[in-house]
Design a protein. Structure first.
Ligand code: HEC
Length: 160
């Protein structure tokens, strides 16, 4: 076998191996997906708390509110796709995702879409800078979180 042929085969071999490695890295298991979305939700909670805490003060810090709302809007865009099939209770780790996420998939998607629209809209309101509107509209974003939780999240103290 000539050197060029051997080198060519090694090259192809490395290419295939590399492709498999990339595919494996992209394919996350249910545990990783569940943990990642719980982290996302915790981030939502922390950001929304910043907003509410600021709105309770005498002189709310608009920049801090804007930063928190932008984080919610940016990181929340794909919230609907964070619940692929197989990441419910059957995954075997603690999750508060209700089975209705999958049995009422269209309804779940609507809740996710409502939230994405609400967060984009609230970001606009915050960017416009009118404090009365910022205070008044915060509830619409909270309602979009709550609307999904009410239908699709197991309550914290769920009776067994
Ligand atoms: C489209 C549905 C949906 C939307 C919108 C949504 N959530 Fe959630 N949230 C869930 C589900 C489902 C869970 C349970 C996830 C799990 O345990 O796998 C959850 C969990 C949480 C948790 C608990 C995280 C943990 O594991 O400790 C917090 C906090 C939270 N959400 C806050 C928010 C806030 C704040 C918003 C709005 C800014 C929001 N969520 C928007 C569905 C949603």
């Amino acid at each position: 076998m000539r050197f060029v042929q051997v080198a060519g085969m090694l090259f192809i071999g490395a290419g295939v191996f590399g492709a498999v490695g990339v595919a494996m890295a992209q394919q996350k298991g249910p545990t990783d997906i569940i943990k990642a979305r719980q982290e996302l939700m915790k981030g939502f909670g922390a950001s929304f708390k910043i907003v509410n805490d600021q709105l309770k003060t005498e002189a709310p810090d608009k920049a801090a509110i804007a930063e928190a709302v932008k984080k919610i809007a940016d990181t929340g865009k794909d919230v609907g796709s964070r619940f692929p099939a197989g990441t419910g209770a059957e995954a075997g780790i603690k999750t508060r995702a209700k089975p209705e996420i999958w049995s009422q998939a269209a309804d779940f998607k609507a809740s996710a879409d409502t939230f994405v629209a609400a967060s984009a809209k609230y970001l606009q309101v915050v960017s416009a800078g009118n404090m009365d509107a910022i205070k008044g509209e915060a509830k619409s974003l909270g309602d979009a979180c709550g609307g999904c939780h009410k239908k699709f999240r197991v309550p914290e103290e769920a009776p067994k």
